[in-house]
Write a protein that binds this ligand. Structure first.
Ligand code: FAD
Length: 551
């Protein structure tokens, strides 16, 4: 897998454009007071970036080369900068201006678990810092070394540990190396008729080890489970040796060491391998679009779906602001689209659905033909009971095709001096309506305090027995009166504070890192924080493993 851009998301040769989406320019003009057709400000060229000389002594360098092989130890400036941070908005804003922070001194790419153990041993002997690196896609500041770190920093890139090792077809389990990227994992599983079913929006550039270390969720986690559910066992190289857990379906051996590794963000060791659930490739897969009359009824419909235990693979519904954004990103309509659109207008009028309030939903179905048909009937009934209607498979197909391109929109907006980011959370069903109202109100109050034109929108992205994940996206053009990141902190802080003040968690699937650490105590209480700290201090007394993250 090629490295991502050092200053943004994804590949250099892929970019988001408004030119094929006639509704987008006027939408952004209205929502953010930004004309996207005006020339923007590109990132500085890499040649102008001041990358400090690597600080690594000869003994450590020799030991790293002995462990990983000479060709797999790099002090190349570009390589080090790519490994310096993840893809949080703060990371991108700083990188684009040439502020690359405390870059790792050396990047090492082990080829097997023994090499990982050798690297860790060499680093501990030299009192160096080790930061495991998967795909570098995290958006919570989980990779950046503290600015004040004076020890040598080793970025341990797991990219060469990318193989499917074994499938136990009877138990529907696969043993996989942790550095495998999403597409390569699925490719290897598909060859045997299986899927892991884990598809985060960052799928193309993130790894199994990174998913486990951040407790990731995918867009089909409603069916396949979050990574915490589908990870049955792990192998982790720690300062005390290799931690091995058994791939049992359930156990009373508590506290769960497997759970301690899930979400550990490199603080406990390096995950080299995991045993994960796999499923037979489904006979049928379809995503249908629905429109619901307004957000309260949309939320209630999703709750009713969970209560009815229909378990589709995707349950997603956007609020009205996000629905309007989605419609604005449509490509120019064909004559057939225009006919369909007139028919849809009529149906909406008949049902009394107001275009300003309506909420776009996608529900995904997978499995045998009979199962899909039964699920579709059950969902259709619930949508109808909540005043909505099905709009067919084409919006769902479009969503399915676009989902991995959407992340490029952040760079498009940054090029135009506009900041866009996300904050997501989860809470019980009963808390969701108030949570939503308060987050929207607090974000808009933050925009008003700063005197800026901002936009905030939301979708429900995952449903559970007792609640759901709400995923907020916000954007604004900084006022120019302060540093852009200062204004970002005001808006992001207001949203995060509203989460914890309204009974929700600091993040449903983006982890803690440094971005969310200030809300940890309000989320899990002071004794909870003390337990986490004691765990990290006990396993890593020298603070060599990715220091400064989570606590
Ligand atoms: P990295 O970013 O490289 O690392 C993340 C953390 O895990 C770091 O602390 C690192 O040290 C540690 N780590 C990595 N590998 C290992 C290992 N083998 N052993 C020990 N520690 C390790 N997340 C979701 O869950 N769902 C989404 O839909 C989603 N969509 C996203 C969309 C975009 C555009 C972006 C930028 C991010 C998105 N994310 C999403 C967040 C991110 O992709 C996840 O956090 C992902 O799990 C990180 O995986 P990675 O391989 O990139 O890990």
């Amino acid at each position: 897998m090629d490295a991502m851009k050092w200053w943004g998301w994804g590949r250099e040769d892929v970019a988001f454009t408004h030119e094929d989406k006639p509704g987008l320019r006027p939408f952004i003009q209205r929502a953010l007071d930004v004309d996207v057709a005006q020339p923007g400000e590109p990132p500085v060229p890499f040649s102008t970036v001041d990358v400090p000389e690597p600080k690594v002594d000869a003994t450590l360098l020799a030991a790293l080369r002995a462990a990983a092989g000479v060709d797999h130890v790099s002090v190349d400036p570009h390589d080090r900068v790519v490994h310096a941070r993840g893809k949080a908005l703060r990371d991108l804003v700083r990188h684009r201006t040439g502020d690359v922070g405390r870059v790792p001194d050396v990047v090492v790419r082990p080829g097997d678990e023994a090499a990982v153990a050798g690297i860790l041993r060499a680093a501990l002997d030299a009192d160096a810092v080790v930061i495991p690196f998967g795909g570098g896609t995290n958006i919570s500041g989980s990779l950046e070394a503290p600015a004040v770190e004076e020890r040598t920093i080793v970025s341990l890139d797991l990219g060469r540990l990318d193989r499917l090792l074994e499938i136990d077809a009877e138990s529907r389990l696969a043993r996989v190396q942790a550095g495998v990227f999403g597409p390569h994992l699925e490719e290897q599983l598909h060859a045997h008729g299986w899927t892991a079913g884990h598809f985060p929006d960052s799928f193309t550039h993130s790894t199994l080890g990174g998913w486990i270390a951040t407790r990731s969720s995918g867009m089909q986690s409603d069916k396949y489970g979050d990574v915490a559910d589908l990870t049955r066992a792990v192998r982790v190289v720690t300062p005390a040796g290799t931690l091995v857990t058994r791939p049992v379906p359930s156990t009373s051996t508590g506290p769960s060491v497997r759970e301690m590794v899930l979400g550990s963000e490199g603080r406990l060791g390096i995950i080299t391998e995991a045993t994960i659930h796999v499923h037979a490739l489904p006979a049928q897969r379809v995503i249908l679009g629905y429109l619901l009359p307004d957000w309260p009824r949309a939320l209630e419909a999703m709750r009713a779906l969970a209560e009815a235990e229909v378990t589709p693979s995707v349950t997603r519904v956007s609020d009205a602001p996000e629905t309007q954004f989605s419609f604005a990103t449509r490509k120019a309509p064909t004559a057939f689209d225009q006919v369909k659109s007139r028919a849809l207008q009529l149906a909406l009028r008949r049902l009394g659905i107001d275009a300003e309030q309506m909420c776009l939903s996608f529900v995904g179905y997978e499995g045998s033909e009979e199962r899909v048909a039964a699920q579709r009937r059950a969902v259709g009934r619930i949508v109808k009971e909540h005043g909505g209607l099905c709009i067919g498979a084409s919006p769902g197909e479009l969503y399915d095709q676009k989902k991995f391109d959407t992340p490029y929109i952040r760079d498009f907006l940054l090029d135009r001096g506009t900041l866009a980011d996300v904050s997501e959370t989860s809470a019980p069903w009963g808390a969701l309506p108030r949570l939503y109202d308060n987050v929207m109100a607090d974000a808009r109050a933050a925009f008003a305090r700063l005197g800026i034109t901002g936009y905030i929108m939301c979708h429900l992205s995952h449903s559970y027995h007792s609640g759901a994940c709400l995923y907020f996206t916000f954007a604004f053009k900084p006022s120019g009166a302060r540093e852009p990141l200062e204004e970002y902190d005001v808006v992001k802080g207001a949203i995060q504070q509203a989460f914890v003040d309204n009974g929700a968690t600091l993040s449903h699937h983006h982890a803690v890192g440094t971005e969310h650490a200030q809300w940890l105590e309000q989320d899990i209480s002071a004794p909870g924080v003390a337990m986490v700290r004691a765990l990290f201090d006990g396993v890593d007394p020298g603070g060599n493993l990715n220091p400064g993250k989570i606590v």
